[in-house]
Ligand binder design. Structure first.
Ligand code: SAH
Ligand code: SF4
Length: 388
């Protein structure tokens, strides 16, 4: 039997994994192991010993059966000038763990084999009163190639594993001396393009034997990968899901988000309606990056009113953060004028100014430092995105 990495194993299947390896009392042991490596944040077997949750004999057998070596190296952490935002850069220290295949067989065989290791990924912690929100990266780079996003320019280097995502959470908590209360998968990458690993990470973040973060405080954000949305609906997944819509006009969407060619608006919005209906969700949050001369005119406001019928939604307007791409950031007056015209939709509207954007930590800005620090891996696109 191979030796999977313990942090890659969702704690809800850990009892089964322990039973298969001959451990007595697997349910109770799984709970104690989960608390030691997630809640207590043990980063190696010596730290599990120090946690005092597991006797040395069982722990010796555990370390024969499971790997618990660090998978990330902290390269740097840096505070933004707003005093509420801090960014970490981590370097992955492969090898690609076998557990990924054992516990969460990938649905999407097109993503792989992994690129060379030593990928650099960025995580951002945002403090708001007593809440600490971690913006999690799910991939090194991203295959979606949105024109307004710095991560998209990188292409996809490789998926992160569940263990890498939760190890980053542990490292951030230890460095910052806080407990993360909220998680948003809005860092680098498209979480629904790496859904098995993302869901395993969410389970370990949420579970009572894991970090214990409330389900409604864990949010996935998607550019519109319909098969992933439908899977979340089918599996009655209760983590939150935001859709990055950015336009209700198909041509515009295709121009700024290549994935729209693969999953056109009618199909995408049907999947969202179904998600809202089947999970009985009161609101669906739609994100809308405000790009002057692209998606802020009256035709786009009218299209929202026309296309979004049957959805009960909150519109989250994000003024574009400069990435150096061929777009222009809206002025304050342009945003105000746009939201005034959006009022005719009669939906709740929020304007979200990204924390840390003047220091390159805002939405869509994660990549610049990565480019400098990471080796070039091969880049992979999801099937059909660039050919459909
Ligand atoms: N891939 C996922 C999640 C990561 S991006 C997605 O696209 O939804 C998180 C959010 O930041 C998305 O709504 C994305 O469209 C937005 N975003 C990307 N680049 C941005 C930029 N330069 N300025 C403002 N928001 C941006
Ligand atoms: Fe990927 Fe999201 Fe950036 Fe688009 S906006 S390139 S989907 S990370």
């Amino acid at each position: 039997m191979d030796r999977p990495h313990l942090r890659d194993v969702p704690v809800d299947v850990l009892p089964e994994a322990l039973r298969a390896r001959g451990f007595p009392n697997p349910g109770d042991l799984a709970h104690r192991v989960g608390l030691a490596i997630h809640r207590d944040g043990a980063l190696g077997w010596d730290e599990v010993d120090a946690s005092g949750r597991i006797g040395w004999k069982v722990r010796a057998r555990l370390s024969d059966a499971f790997d618990l070596s660090p998978r990330l190296e902290t390269l740097s952490s840096r505070d933004a000038s707003d005093g509420a935002t801090r960014k970490w850069m981590f370097r992955t220290a492969g090898p690609w763990p076998a557990a990924e295949r054992i516990f969460a067989p990938r649905e999407d065989p097109t993503v792989g084999p992994p690129a060379a290791d030593g990928q650099v990924v960025e995580f951002v912690l945002i403090r708001h009163w007593d809440d600490h929100t971690l913006c999690v990266s799910s991939q090194a780079g991203c295959a979606m190639g949105c024109s307004f996003c710095a991560t998209g320019v990188l292409g996809l280097r490789r998926n992160l594993t569940a263990g890498e995502m939760t190890e980053a959470l542990v490292r951030v908590q230890r460095d910052a001396g806080v407990r993360v209360t909220d998680v948003v998968f809005m860092g680098m990458g498209e979480p629904l393009h790496n859904l098995d690993q993302v869901l395993a990470a969410c389970t370990n973040m949420n579970h009572a034997s894991g970090h214990g973060i409330a389900r409604r405080r864990i949010t996935l954000s998607t550019a519109g990968l319909v098969p992933g949305i439908r899977r979340l609906t089918r599996e009655r997944c209760r983590f939150r899901l935001h859709l990055s819509l950015h336009s209700a006009i198909q041509e515009t969407r295709e121009r700024i988000m290549p994935i729209a060619r693969l999953h056109p608006l009618p199909e995408l919005l049907d999947a969202m309606r179904e998600h809202q209906r089947d999970l009985a969700l009161k609101w669906i949050t739609l994100q809308y990056v405000a790009l002057p001369d692209v998606n802020m005119d009256d035709a786009h406001v009218d299209a929202l009113g026309r296309e979004l019928t049957g959805l009960r939604y909150i519109l989250n307007v994000i003024p574009w953060n400069d990435t150096g791409a061929a777009h222009r950031a809206p002025t304050w007056d342009e945003v105000r004028d746009f939201t005034a015209r959006l009022r005719r939709l009669r939906c709740p509207i929020k304007v979200r100014y990204s924390a840390g954007k003047s220091d390159g930590m805002g939405c869509g800005q994660l990549a610049a430092e990565t480019v400098a620090a990471a080796p070039t891996g091969h880049m992979l696109a999801p099937p059909g995105v660039f050919t459909a």
